[in-house]
Design a protein around this ligand. Structure first.
Ligand code: ZN
Ligand code: ZN
Length: 258
């Protein structure tokens, strides 16, 4: 805490000595914590038309059916109700995301959270409880930050919404899921997420917006949604910074396994 305060005090002084710079390329900007206009136009921002559930960008709005769902989600709806993403994480975006990782984590989170609040404005209504996807404490030790928690806190604070950083807990660390078959991912995620006993009353009848940094297979989000619903949440929506395009075999039927 003291370290963080000193860092912020240090930055306040530095901002006065050096002009604020772009989070991506380091060029001068008008305001701290933003990207310059050149980098901004290169950002893989996600706009309509997108599927209302898996957030996948669509070539045409004609591909979206009733309720704004893509064909895959119409066949089998994800565990969550509405899904929103701010960016596309494709090959072109990877370089940008990697560079962002070297930026100050708090500046980075605030920047992404701003775009997520825009992308999710229709699901972040009054009374919503914002809950981040938890990481296992071992992983937290190596990473120092839970990116989803930084994003969730920034979004909730910015909009004056309730924030539940400790509603969900991850009972064990899981392996990277993207390389595995759907069946293997489902087995890996079984029983991993749990709502803390003292937090169940907070969820009863609530609309929850689950926040994560990335949506890849959907297995992690599905495990969280299932735990939240079982604990009494009325509706759970999903809001992520980035969506990986075209994921065949999205784990939308995991709820049947849990
Ligand atoms: Zn720049
Ligand atoms: Zn979809």
């Amino acid at each position: 805490m003291v370290v963080r305060l000193l860092r912020h005090a240090g930055r306040f002084v530095l901002d006065r000595l050096y002009p604020p710079s772009c989070l991506l390329c380091g060029a001068d900007t008008m305001q701290a914590g933003l990207v310059c206009s050149t980098c901004f136009v290169r950002l893989p921002l996600l706009g309509p038309p997108c599927c209302a559930a898996c957030a996948q960008p669509q070539a045409s709005s004609a591909l979206l059916g009733r309720d704004g769902l893509c064909a895959t989600c119409e066949r089998r709806h994800p565990a969550w109700e509405q899904g929103r993403a701010a960016f596309i994480y494709d090959a072109g975006a990877r370089d940008m995301i990697l560079r962002l990782k070297y930026a100050d984590q708090l500046d980075y989170a605030a920047f992404l959270a701003g775009h997520m609040a825009r992308a999710g404005q229709d699901i972040l209504g009054p009374g919503v409880l914002v809950v981040p996807v938890p990481v296992h404490r071992w992983r937290l030790l190596s990473r120092r930050y839970n990116q989803a928690a930084l994003l969730g806190r920034s979004i909730a604070r910015g909009l004056g919404l309730d924030y539940g950083p400790d509603v969900l807990e991850r009972l064990r660390a899981t392996v990277r899921l993207a390389r595995f078959s759907r069946g293997a991912r489902q087995r890996e995620m079984q029983g991993v997420m749990r709502v803390r006993a003292g937090r169940r009353t907070l969820l009863r009848g609530r609309t929850v917006v689950l926040v994560d940094d990335m949506l890849t297979t959907g297995a992690t989000a599905t495990a969280c949604v299932t735990a939240l619903r079982e604990a009494g949440a009325q509706k759970v929506h999903l809001l992520v910074a980035g969506v990986v395009p075209e994921r065949p075999g999205l784990d939308i039927d995991l709820q049947e396994m849990l």
